[in-house]
Design a binder for this molecule. Structure first.
Ligand code: MOS
Length: 753
């Protein structure tokens, strides 16, 4: 994708300005082509057949009726499909393995590992034909005993390994003893349900083979990982895989791995010799793309008579699939939030005969902060303290679990500003004290936290003689404004108008980006932009200094300013156009390619020296109908400490989106799984309730905008911090409105009656 800015009147600096999304016009005018909107002349359409048992073997598969449907091209099953190379085992040294979603070799095995696993694919001349024929494939099974009931299995959980880079364990002092000795304490059990991904764009793949070259139109959050993975599965070099992904209709973690759809689409295209489009139905996404783990959690807190915390225990049980999935760092945020001398954090998990769990916006922290921040609030009730005062009192100076210093920590400031702007001091501290007609009105707060990380990203910058700068990086635009914010940074670093910057992204032919995962992409790519700009300006200066009579002769880059499309010194300077023309060049290019090894080494060193994260204070007002229990979020304010905000317009949207998703988790979202069959019972937006406009009031977001000294331009990633703490803020507001503490998500009205 290539986009040029339309803004011609603006001047630098652009960072910090609410620049409009550069991809906006393409989207609102219908020019944007999503993966399922790419046409090829002889394209065929695919539909999946899903297993309807949780575990067993296919005894027989009858495709005669499906094959007999006119315009069916092929029906591929484990009896006739060309086998893919099996999924590689997870190794952090091999990124192709990290994209592996499950260990199942689809359509190469008669084994069934989850209810919904694809067991056949129909390829036909139209999508309707493919779907109809898929419904005619007749399967019989030899069923095997399956374990699918999380609540029943949770007592058998075993200790879990931390997710890489996100430690979730801690043992400091004697937490159990300190809890027993504490004059004030709470000890609560929480539960959260599974969640499924519901991006507005369901997963879809358009796959085209040209000999051994594979081209895919695919919504991807991590093009480099997916590319490596596909190359391995189809036995072709990485260079033979092209992934084109300029527009992604939302992702949230669900598009960061190779789920069955993309693999089977590529296989079906190869087997039939036709370009194939496989667009999943909404139910198809539930069946083939993992979601958030359910959890049970215990949080116990002990405090002295003044409210100083003496003990913190946070443990969790979550689940993975037997065929894949990972520990979600549920207790990770509890390492960083409160100054407590005695801490115990640990996680356990069970393996079930269900599809793998996967990343979903703040995996771990989104639900872990629900439990922790609900418990902190409950302790405040028990002590008769204001919940903000309790948090202020226990705000740490150093990382409570690891002892490192914080690079940046302004939670106190966030709470102070939030309390003032939300009107916290008008809050009557008694539960159920405020009533407006039938509505009980309550206010609650909770802390948001997400670690701040970066991954290597390669960036090329090319300066043309006409003054334009082309930035090339295969980054991911899922609707959050990736191209826009990077264009702002390029314009500032190079000192050129925003309108002169072109950004190319969303394509594996471009230099590999960091994934749009873990809130790392913006800062990671910005680091690449800054490095590449420095290289480019250095090359320009070298060129200039060679030219006789250049006012830049004898100058060092450090003494120069990049502005007005040139390099300048108080005593004179030259435009880029002048430098290039004097040197007889029509362009100059710089390519920054970070080494993975150096990057990892630096990260390991930094993590011992300091802890860095984005944080915030969530303020919620709810109205609970005293007669019906109906719950309405009526006001929201989130004040965030996310370092430098590059673009207030796109940042506000990211943070609001996180809060809205958190309100969904608090009040309505849950995947219902039949405990007998492992079948998802509500795989549709009509029965799996994400918030709609009527559920969401105006959401105020605010930030402190203080740069972090250790990150590119002082920024933190903001894709995930917004959802953290949200469910707790809602639960805490409901506690204030009604006097009832609800510990099981979602908080539906039946739990208040
Ligand atoms: Mo995120 S859950 O890494 O998209």
């Amino acid at each position: 994708m290539s986009i040029q800015t339309e803004t011609t009147t603006d001047t630098a600096p652009y960072v910090g300005r609410p620049v409009e999304r550069l991809d906006g016009p393409a989207k609102v005018s219908g020019q944007a082509r999503f993966a399922a909107e790419n046409h090829y002349p002889d394209m065929a359409y695919a539909a999946l057949v899903h297993a309807t048992i949780a575990r067993g073997r296919i005894a027989a598969i009858d495709t005669a009726a499906a094959c007999a449907v006119p315009d069916v091209i092929a029906v591929l099953t484990h009896e006739n499909a060309p086998a893919m190379i099996p999924a590689p085992k997870l190794s952090l040294l091999d990124l192709s393995t990290v994209a592996s979603a499950t260990s199942v070799n689809y359509l190469a095995t008669d084994e069934v590992h989850w209810n919904g696993q694809p067991v056949a694919v129909v390829v036909a001349e139209t999508w309707e034909t493919a779907r109809h024929a898929a419904s005619l494939v007749d399967l019989s099974y030899e069923e095997l005993p399956a374990v699918v009931d999380f609540a029943a299995e949770a007592p058998n959980a075993v200790p879990e390994r931390s997710m890489p880079l996100m430690p979730s364990k801690a043992d400091k002092g004697k937490a159990a003893q300190a809890l027993a000795d504490a004059p004030f304490s709470v000890d609560l059990q929480f539960s959260t349900p599974p969640h499924n991904h519901n991006a507005i764009e369901p997963h879809a793949t358009t796959a085209v083979w040209d000999g051994d070259q594979l081209t895919l139109h695919e919504p991807a959050q991590n093009i480099p990982w997916l590319r490596k993975h596909l190359a391995k599965r189809f036995g072709i070099p990485e260079e033979a895989v092209r992934i084109i992904s300029p527009f992604v209709g939302g992702a949230f973690g669900g598009k960061s791995r190779a789920w069955p759809g993309v693999l089977i689409a590529a296989m079906a295209a190869r087997a039939t010799g036709r370009p194939v489009r496989l667009a999943l139905t909404r139910a198809g996404v539930y069946h083939t793309v993992g979601g958030r783990t359910p959890s049970t959690q215990r949080v116990a807190l002990g405090a002295d008579a003044q409210g100083k915390l003496t003990a913190l225990i946070h443990t969790s049980v979550s689940r993975t699939g037997r065929v894949g999935g990972m520990a979600e760092p549920i207790t990770a945020a509890s390492r960083h939030l409160y100054a407590v001398p005695n801490i115990h954090l640990s996680q356990r998990s069970v393996e079930l005969d269900l599809l793998s769990n996967t990343f979903m916006r703040a995996p771990g922290e989104a639900i872990g902060t629900f439990a922790l921040e609900s418990a902190v609030d409950e302790l405040a009730w028990r002590m008769g303290m204001d919940p903000i005062a309790l948090r202020m009192l226990n705000e740490p100076d150093r990382d409570p679990a690891g002892g490192q210093r914080f690079t940046h920590r302004m939670l106190r400031e966030a709470y102070t500003r939030g309390a003032e702007n939300f009107g916290w001091h008008q809050r009557d501290p008694r539960a159920g004290a405020r009533r407006d007609g039938p509505w009980l009105v309550g206010m609650g707060v909770a802390t948001a936290y997400h670690p701040s990380m970066r991954m290597p990203a390669s960036v090329t910058l090319r300066l043309h003689a006409d003054g334009t700068v082309v930035m090339r990086c295969g980054m991911h635009e899922m609707g959050m404004g990736s191209a826009t914010v990077q264009a702002q940074i390029v314009a500032d670093e190079m000192g050129v108008p925003l309108a002169s910057v072109h950004v190319e992204y969303g394509d594996s032919d471009l230099p590999p980006s960091a994934g749009a995962i873990g809130s790392v992409q913006t800062a990671s790519v910005a680091a690449g932009v800054i490095a590449a700009s420095t290289m480019l300006k250095r090359s320009l200066l070298t060129l200039a200094r060679r030219a006789p009579g250049s006012p830049l002769r004898g100058r060092k880059l450090e003494d120069l300013q990049a502005r007005d499309s040139g390099l300048h010194h108080p005593d004179g300077g030259q435009t880029y156009a002048e430098i290039l023309s004097a040197a007889g060049r029509d362009h100059l290019e710089a390519a920054f390619k970070p080494s993975m090894l150096g990057f990892v080494a630096r990260m390991a060193i930094d993590s011992r020296r300091w802890v860095t994260g984005a944080s915030g204070a969530q303020f919620c007002e709810v109205r609970v109908n005293a007669d019906t229990g109906e719950i309405r979020v009526s006001r929201w304010l989130g004040v965030f400490d996310v370092g430098t905000v590059i673009n207030p317009r796109t940042a506000a949207s990211q943070l609001r989106g996180g809060i809205i998703m958190g309100i969904g988790a608090a009040l309505s979202e849950q995947t219902l799984i039949d405990g007998r069959t492992g079948r998802i019972m509500n795989p549709s937006l009509s029965e799996y309730h994400v918030p709609v406009h009527a559920d969401i009031p105006h959401i105020d977001v605010d930030w402190l905008n203080e740069p972090d000294p250790t990150t590119p331009l002082g920024m933190h990633g903001i894709g995930e911090v917004g959802i953290t703490g949200v469910a707790a803020a809602v639960a805490n507001a409901i506690r204030h409105a009604t006097g009832k503490r609800v510990v099981d998500l979602p908080i539906t009205l039946d739990k208040l009656l």
